[in-house]
Design a protein around this ligand. Structure first.
Ligand code: NAD
Ligand code: IPM
Ligand code: MN
Length: 356
């Protein structure tokens, strides 16, 4: 028998502590060959002892684990958000998880706010650059507190960073199919090169160069503003979208709206060959935390992504099938039309998984 996959589980703050246990429950119900180890990194720990990431935390994760399953970070008691930056962005940057893969899939027509849109019409993926852009937080403030105050937030775009994410998108396009079977065939690069000419120019040049290596794949370009409009007018033409860190953040919340809201959206933070980190797209949602109303399906579908990435495809498919059934039978939380609580929706999925 092959060795068990080692998974670090970091529920984090707010609803992260409610949805991650449901994802873990599904993993256990399917009998996946994994060993789970939990970590208490988050606001409570930070408030108790000022630790965000313990010493050597990232190297420990990379060395001792095959994957990391994360909830969300953000707590009103830590207004600076320092722990969230150090833990979440710390994992992305320090572990160099450069590809943030965010699939956008509609499970049932009833979940989409658009008229006449079927599940087959919403099946695309956003490949978000995850280690550069404005997220590096380079810059500074000058003459703070005076009427002449200046705040500079730099947008960092390296050739290495742009090239590897664009190449990742093409490789993703080559090696993944649409859910109803046909191959993926188009990569769309999204930028704002009409206004941000330096960064945009680099993205444009690299996109052209890398696309020449993939003659079988169609290419397209859209400015991010036009893309947002198109996404809510008609999401059908989208296939693989590649974009920078910030545009990727924004358009994946918009795209989540097509899936039934952020409660349904999954993501993976990847660097091929390294320990990767998986987290739902949503945040810690403080106003609904602790009420047993958060939708656990984004977290469960994130576990599905993680298991598939670890090579446990059959287990991943069984859990995904159970979520699909729950959605169709309205065994869900209220945000997507059901009447169940977080725990009850998670229990329904786990029960269905163990019956397959
Ligand atoms: P959010 O995603 O937490 O919430 C946005 C809206 O979606 C809210 O109305 C919330 O109630 C709802 N929502 C979110 N998840 C849901 C779920 N599973 N089921 C049902 N409804 C859900 O975003 P926000 O309010 O902008 O941020 C709250 C905190 O989370 C902030 O501190 C923010 O920085 C942090 N955040 C963290 C992550 C992360 O750790 N990955 C991601 C996004 C935001
Ligand atoms: C996300 C979140 C994070 C981001 C925040 C919490 C820094 O919104 O994962 O989408 O902007 O990347
Ligand atoms: Mn976001």
């Amino acid at each position: 028998m092959s060795e068990k996959k080692r998974i670090a589980v970091i529920p984090g703050d707010g609803i992260g502590k409610e949805v991650i246990p449901q994802a873990v429950r599904a993993i256990q119900a399917v009998g996946a060959p994994v060993e789970l180890t939990s970590f208490d990194w988050g606001a409570d720990r930070y408030l108790a002892d000022k630790t965000t990431v313990p010493p050597e935390g990232f190297s420990m994760l990379a060395r001792d684990f095959d994957a990391i399953l994360v909830g969300a970070f953000g707590d009103p008691r830590v207004p600076s958000n320092i722990h969230a930056r150090e833990i979440l962005l710390g994992m992305r940057f320090q572990m160099d998880l450069y590809a943030n893969v965010r699939p956008v899939r509609l499970m049932d027509a009833s979940l989409c706010p658009l008229k006449g849109v079927e599940p087959k019409d919403v099946d695309f993926v956003v490949i978000r650059e995850n280690t550069e852009g404005v997220y590096g937080d380079l810059g500074g403030v000058f003459k703070q507190g005076t009427p002449d105050e200046i705040a500079i937030q730099e947008d960092v775009n390296t050739r290495k960073g742009v090239e590897r994410i664009i190449r990742y998108a093409f490789e993703y396009c080559v090696s993944n199919r649409k859910l109803d079977g046909p191959p993926r065939r188009r990569v769309l690069m999204c930028d704002k090169s009409n206004a941000m000419t330096h960064a945009g120019g680099l993205w444009q040049r690299v996109f052209k160069e890398v696309s020449a290596e993939y003659p079988a794949i169609e290419t397209e370009h859209m400015y991010v503003d036009a893309l947002c409009m198109q996404m809510v007018r008609d999401p059908r033409p989208f296939d693989v979208i590649v974009t920078n860190n910030m545009f990727g953040d924004i358009i994946t919340d918009l795209a989540a709206g097509l899936q039934g809201g952020v409660g349904m959206a999954a993501s993976g933070n990847l660097h091929p060959g390294r320990t990767s980190m998986f987290e739902p797209v949503h945040g810690s949602a403080p106003p609904i935390a602790g009420k047993n109303i958060a939708n656990p399906f984004g977290a469960i579908l994130t576990a599905v992504m993680m298991l598939a990435d670890l090579g446990l495809k059959a287990d991943a498919e069984r859990i995904e099938g159970a979520v699909l059934e729950a959605v169709r039978e309205k065994k869900t939380t209220q945000d997507i039309g059901g009447t169940l609580g977080t725990r009850e929706a998670g229990a329904w999925v786990a029960e269905r998984v163990s019956r397959f």
